[in-house]
Design a protein around this ligand. Structure first.
Ligand code: AMP
Length: 198
């Protein structure tokens, strides 16, 4: 099964992607995780991405597309994958389409987690408070202010992908505001019995 998850930052894509990957035995590909790993390693990509990520802006398409192309070529993607945080622009979606086409592969679905933005801001505030109370490090980009900028970027650059995938008959929209379990169940329902059984 080959899926992408769409939705604004904080919508719970990461949590649902992990569950989908476990449930279906497919690879979980989070470009955010890959970029954070590159920053931690201090690689060339990491050095390019660090300041951009801290501001909550998008890393250039060519950088992210190269990382994904590399990752998709690894053997664990042969059984399928769930992309979390990619594509984030129409150019990235087109690049993904070309990559899959080269390998004669298709996407099965683009799952959109639909959420209320005011609630997202409240969630982020809560998360930051909990992390601080637990003495855990807070990510640079984890603040209501940065989230507002990221939501702006989402509306401007990423939300057009909803129409992009709808036009291709791949879009499944799910209410992302429920509990983790409820959202998982809704995703399974949206993917349909045939797809879930694969
Ligand atoms: P995430 O963990 O998916 O929220 O990603 C964290 C940050 O990594 C984002 O705010 C961007 O700066 C960067 N990033 C992740 N995925 C992408 C992508 N597909 N295109 C551009 N930048 C990305």
């Amino acid at each position: 099964m080959r899926l992408i998850l769409l939705g604004p930052p904080g919508a719970g894509k990461g949590t649902q992607a992990v569950r989908l990957a476990e449930r279906h035995g497919i690879a979980h590909l989070s470009t955010g995780d890959m970029l954070r790993a590159a920053v931690a390693e201090g690689s060339e990509v990491g050095r390019k991405a660090q300041a951009i990520m801290a501001r909550g802006d998008l890393v250039p398409d060519d950088v992210v597309v190269a990382i994904v192309a590399d990752r998709l070529a690894r053997p664990d993607c042969a059984r399928g994958f769930v992309l979390d945080g990619f594509p984030r622009t129409v150019a990235q979606a087109e690049a993904l389409g070309r990559m899959l086409h080269e390998h004669q592969l298709d996407l099965d679905a683009a799952v959109e987690l639909s959420v209320d933005e005011a609630a997202l801001l409240a969630r982020v505030d809560n998360r930051v408070r909990e992390m601080k109370a637990a003495g855990k490090p807070v990510r640079d980009d984890d603040s209501a202010e940065v989230l507002k900028g990221r939501l702006d970027n989402y509306r401007r650059l990423t939300a057009p992908l909803i129409a992009y995938y709808r036009e291709r008959g791949l879009l499944k929209t799910v209410d992302g505001m429920g509990t983790i379990e409820a959202v998982s169940t809704a995703i399974d329902g949206a993917l349909g019995g045939d797809l879930v059984a694969q």
